[in-house]
Every structure is written in structure tokens, then in C-alpha cells.
Design a protein around this ligand. Structure first.
Ligand SMILES: [Fe+2]
Length: 457
């Protein structure tokens, strides 16, 4: 008991004892939605007023970005979240920046970049970060421009009173202080205090609601949309209102992005979220369990997401949650298109799960027989590299950590200029419609839920 008490006290006091209370740590960047800006977020354990100095390399013109500071408390531990936005940045330029005694560098993207690379993954922990070393090494080598983390961060951000979240962010700081780290919440981000650790550690593009649960940004030919599936997953705890708030925002955001004038400039719409619509993992009853269904189809008077994606011709979607990799044929409400040219001018969204970066559970288990809409499955640890090659070509690779960084999947999605699928019955002629949903035989909660749904219908 004495030892436990001492450890707790040490954990509580460590930053102060070490004299680190005012030293910025967990420094990381994020897009604001404007490529002439870059948000920088950091942490201190003591109250401090800190700004950011930044200079374009080769220039003597040093600028200041005013930092804001906000105290937040989790389980009695006081932290200070700092944020500043560096503005007036030149495109395609390298910058040095410093906060108090610490210095970093980053590079801006070109104006309306026609090509760039993104590291996409979900479900990566501090203690089981199988992909961490590889991601940091390749990122520092310039092999991608930013990161999209599909939720379940650190396992968990709030563990050990937030110490695990601190350690995870510091572990990644060498990389994410140099490039944007774009995140969305997973179920592990619920810290029993309404996602406080997630809300207070990250700043994402402004969604007009003062939070970071959902947001969008434009980058070259792509409109990127981060969507929370956790307001569905935790509706019984935090109420239905967050579902409606997001849905109304999302509907307006996608409607705007899908206007012909905007599609002409940015032909692709990509969504990223934590919980998948489809999967063939045993543990989630092949995504027929309630927690997946509620996100895809809705529940009670909460609308689901899939129909909204189809109505606005979303092109691709990236998911985590399942601790594996799975690529799907273009699919719309279980109608799928698996012809040899399925990924050329796809007739429905192309989704993939990339949730195998490194988690707290051993190898994911797939069902013996995949769904017919499952194109590729792999349960090695790893992460995805997405390349926006130009306005018509998207390339995806799945990197296996287990197989020494080999590609275990490699495919292109091609969309001719001006092509856009429309979700209508005419498009679905000739497509294969799968029989109604089912539950995995082991998934008793799912079976009970389906029975309940059928009774209510
Ligand atoms: Fe998850």
C-alpha cells in the first residue's frame, strides 16, 4: 500500500520535481483549414504564459503567435493546454518555431497541392505501439505529409490519470511537432468525463461548435471530413443531442462540398471515423452488432451516416476500431460492386479499415468466410499510406510491420474527370444485393437487438 501511495505521489508530482512544470511538452501541429496557417498545441504542468516565435528558413523576419492557456483537471491532475496559430505562412516553405526553450521545424504544403501523402491508421497505443517506430522513421524521412489517426489513441489518453496520454504524445512529439496530426475520437477516448482528455489535448479545424469531435478541411483535390461515431456509441450516456448536432453539421458540410462548383475544384470527398459500417471480424459479429448498426443505419430517431454519405456521393471512407486491415469493394447499403474494374469510377463509396497500428489485444480474428463485399483482409500489425496522386488517381498501400514493412495491399482508386456516382436505383441495376443482415452466432447481444428491432418494426 505504501509503495502504491508513493508511486501515485511520484506520478502526481513528477513534472514539478523534475523542474519541468513550465517546459512545453507534447508539442504537436494541426491544420486549421487554411494552408497559410498552422495550429500548434502543447502542454505544461504549471501555469505559464507562452507564445510561439516562428521564422521562415532563410529569412530574418521573426513573427510571434500569441499563445492561449487553459487549465484543465483530470482526476486531480492539473494540466495547462496551450494553443497558438502561426499565420501568414508562405506555401511550400520550411519554418523554424520555438516555444520557451524548445525549438522545432515544419514545412508548409504548396498552394492547392495536387499531390500529397497521408499516413492513416487507427488503434495505436503507447505500450503496444507496434507501428510507432516505423511511422516516426518514415515520417521524419519525408515519406508522408501528415497523419490521420482514426481514433483509439494511446490506450488510453486518460490511463494512469492521463500519464499514458502524456507519454504517448511525448513519444510522438519528434514527428507530430513537424507535421499535422489530425485525429478523431474512438471509444477509448471516452474517459468517463465526456471525452475530456480528447477535447483538451487536441485542436482541430473550427467546426463552429468549439469542439474537436467533428470537422472538415480542404486539401488539394480532396474534401476531408472527420466524423465522430462515439456520439452514437455513447448516446445512452451523453444523450442523443450530440448525434443530431453532428448530423446537421455534416449534412450541411457534405451538401456544400458536393455542389457541382465545389466538386469541379475538389472532386473527392473522404470521410474518416472510428467505428466501421462493415467488417468481417469475429469480435464484432461481422459488424452486424448493435454498435456498428447504430452508426450505419441509425437507431430510434437518430439518423445513421451511410445514407447521408450516399446522398452526397462520398468517395472513400477510412475506419478503425477493428484491429486489422480490411478493404471493401464499393458498397452502398450492402449492395456491392466486385467486377474487375470496381475501383475505376466506383459506383459507391470505397471503404477500408486500418485499425492494426498497435493495440492492446492480440491478432484480430476474422471469420472463416469473408463477406462477399470484402476484397482484402490482413491481420498483421501495420498502417496505411494514402497517396493523392492527382485529381483523378488515389493510391493506397498497407504496410505490414510483421512482414518487415512489406506492402500487403496495394491498389488504386481512379475517377475520371467529371465522373461521380449517383446513388439511385438506376445505378444499382446489375449490382449484387446481399440478403438481410444477420448476427454472428456468438453475438448474443446482437441477436437480442435484432429481435428487439424486429419486434418494434
Ligand atoms: Fe475502438
Amino acid at each position: 500500500m505504501l509503495i502504491i501511495s508513493c508511486l501515485f505521489l511520484l506520478n502526481f508530482l513528477a513534472p514539478t520535481i523534475l523542474g519541468l512544470g513550465n517546459v512545453p511538452d507534447q508539442v504537436h501541429l494541426a491544420f486549421t483549414g487554411d494552408l497559410t496557417e498552422m495550429a500548434v498545441v502543447w502542454n505544461t504542468y504549471e501555469d505559464a504564459s507562452q507564445d510561439v516565435s516562428y521564422t521562415k528558413q532563410g529569412s530574418s523576419d521573426q513573427k510571434q503567435a500569441k499563445g492561449s492557456s487553459e487549465q484543465w483537471v483530470y482526476n486531480g491532475i492539473i494540466r495547462y493546454k496551450h494553443k497558438a496559430v502561426m499565420v501568414g505562412l508562405d506555401y511550400d516553405a520550411k519554418y523554424d518555431y520555438s516555444i520557451a526553450s524548445r525549438s522545432f521545424t515544419f514545412k508548409t504544403l504548396p498552394k492547392d497541392p495536387s499531390s500529397y501523402r497521408v499516413c492513416v491508421f487507427g488503434d495505436l497505443g503507447y505500450w503496444h505501439g507496434n507501428s510507432t517506430e516505423s511511422i516516426i522513421r518514415h515520417g521524419l524521412a519525408g515519406n508522408f505529409d501528415f497523419i490521420v489517426h482514426l481514433g483509439d489513441i494511446a490506450y488510453d489518453l486518460h490511463s494512469q490519470n492521463g500519464q499514458v496520454g502524456d507519454d504517448y504524445m511525448n513519444q510522438f512529439e519528434p514527428l507530430i511537432s513537424t507535421m499535422p496530426y489530425m485525429v478523431i475520437a474512438g471509444n477509448h477516448e471516452d474517459d468517463y468525463q465526456n471525452f475530456t482528455n480528447y477535447q483538451k489535448r487536441f485542436v482541430m479545424p473550427n467546426n463552429g461548435y468549439g469542439d474537436n469531435q467533428f470537422y472538415s478541411f480542404n486539401l488539394g483535390p480532396v474534401h476531408w471530413v472527420g466524423v465522430s461515431t462515439e456520439n452514437y456509441g455513447y448516446y445512452y450516456q451523453y444523450g442523443m443531442e450530440p448525434v443530431f448536432t453532428q448530423y446537421n453539421w455534416l449534412k450541411a458540410d457534405l451538401t456544400e462540398a458536393n455542389k457541382p462548383a465545389n466538386r469541379a475544384v475538389r472532386p473527392w470527398i473522404f470521410t474518416f471515423q472510428h467505428r466501421p459500417f462493415y467488417c468481417s471480424n469475429v469480435n464484432s459479429a461481422e459488424c452486424q452488432s448493435f454498435e456498428n448498426k447504430i452508426v450505419r443505419t441509425g437507431w430510434l430517431n437518430m439518423p445513421g451516416l451511410e445514407a447521408l454519405y450516399l446522398q452526397n456521393s462520398v468517395d472513400m471512407g477510412f475506419w478503425g476500431h477493428e484491429h486489422s486491415y480490411e478493404r471493401f469493394y464499393p458498397i452502398a447499403d450492402r449492395t456491392y460492386y466486385n467486377d474487375p474494374s470496381a475501383y475505376i469510377n466506383p459506383k459507391a463509396p470505397v471503404y477500408l479499415i486500418s485499425g492494426s497500428a498497435g493495440c492492446h489485444t492480440p491478432d484480430a480474428e476474422f471469420t472463416k468466410t469473408p463477406w462477399p463485399w470484402s476484397a482484402v483482409r490482413n491481420n498483421d500489425y501495420g498502417y496505411s499510406i494514402l497517396t493523392v496522386a492527382n485529381s483523378t488517381h488515389i493510391h493506397l498501400e498497407q504496410i505490414s510491420i510483421d512482414k518487415n514493412e512489406q506492402n500487403v495491399d496495394d491498389f488504386w482508386v481512379i475517377k475520371n474527370a467529371g465522373f461521380q456516382y449517383q446513388h439511385s436505383e438506376s445505378v444499382r441495376i446489375g449490382a449484387k444485393k446481399f440478403p438481410p443482415q444477420k448476427c454472428h452466432i456468438r453475438d448474443l447481444p446482437c441477436m437480442r437487438t435484432l429481435q428487439q428491432i424486429n419486434e418494434e418494426l
